[in-house]
Design a protein around this ligand. Structure first.
Ligand SMILES: O=c1ccn([C@@H]2O[C@H](COP(=O)(O)O)[C@@H](O)[C@H]2O)c(=O)[nH]1
Length: 236
């Protein structure tokens, strides 16, 4: 069975837990995601631990945000880890995004538009007035123009972003919650089915899977639900 287009966020307090979660979910999902918590605690070794014997795709979510020269150096520093995806903040600007893309030609540089934890009120507080979709669309176009091959946006804006950047850019959506799941600190959320229907290519799902009693079974269940929805959509 083809693994579902899901990146499980391995936001674990220790390496053993992260590697265990990775081994449970990798039969069912295409990708595992290493973020700041694990990478800052364990450094580059964490990548081999979660990749394990399966060789699953690793998404390195470091959200780099600095001057272009520093981001270029940081991107080169992780090149030997061969991440499938590396994130930078789109608000770092075009020169910074291009520096990352030039430094890591074999990795998809994904530009994070606006964090999915920010509500419309939060965005107003940081000086981004107007609907989140407007800022996300602007940042998406800027990032793609600078060489980003992937974008991170909330599932609420993914249809707008798809219309803006076309079919060839990989759209990644955190802020995904199965129906009825707690939103926790996420503000702009949608279900896995809705995110895919609206144009997402890869769904980032963390705590709804890793916080469940059986992460493997939960990942398998979400993957099966997505397959059922896709099959229903294909029926005449
Ligand atoms: O805008 C963003 C960018 C990245 N993330 C990351 O995705 C996961 C989401 O985890 P959940 O447990 O499903 O909330 C997490 O690692 C974030 O760092 C994001 O949420 N929003």
């Amino acid at each position: 069975m083809t693994p579902a287009p899901i990146a499980v966020a391995l936001d674990a307090p220790d390496l053993e837990t992260a590697a265990h979660w990775a081994s449970l979910v990798t039969p069912h999902v295409s990708t595992v995601k290493v973020g700041l918590e694990l990478y800052l605690r364990y450094g580059p070794d964490v990548i081999a631990s979660v990749r394990g014997a399966s060789g699953v795709r690793v998404f390195l979510d470091l959200k780099l945000h600095d001057i272009p020269n520093t981001v270029s150096g940081a991107a080169k520093a992780v090149a030997r880890l061969k991440p499938a995806i590396l994130t930078v903040h789109a608000t770092g600007g075009p020169a910074m995004i291009q520096a990352a893309a030039d430094a890591l030609p074999d990795t998809q540089i994904a530009a994070v538009t606006l964090l999915t934890s920010l509500s419309e009120a939060d965005l107003e507080r940081v000086g981004l007035n107007g609907p989140s979709g407007d800022a996300v669309r602007r940042l998406a176009a800027l990032a793609v123009g600078a060489g980003a091959r992937a974008l991170v946006c909330s599932p609420r804006e993914v249809a707008t972003v798809r219309a803006e950047v076309g079919p060839d850019i990989v759209l990644i959506t955190p802020g995904v919650r199965p129906a009825g799941a707690a939103t926790q600190d996420q503000a702009r959320v949608a279900t896995p089915e809705q995110a895919l229907a609206d144009g997402a290519d890869l769904l980032v799902i963390g705590r709804p899977i890793t916080g469940s009693p059986d992460p493997g079974a939960t990942a398998a269940g979400i993957a099966a639900a997505l397959r059922r929805t896709a099959a229903a959509g294909r029926r005449p």
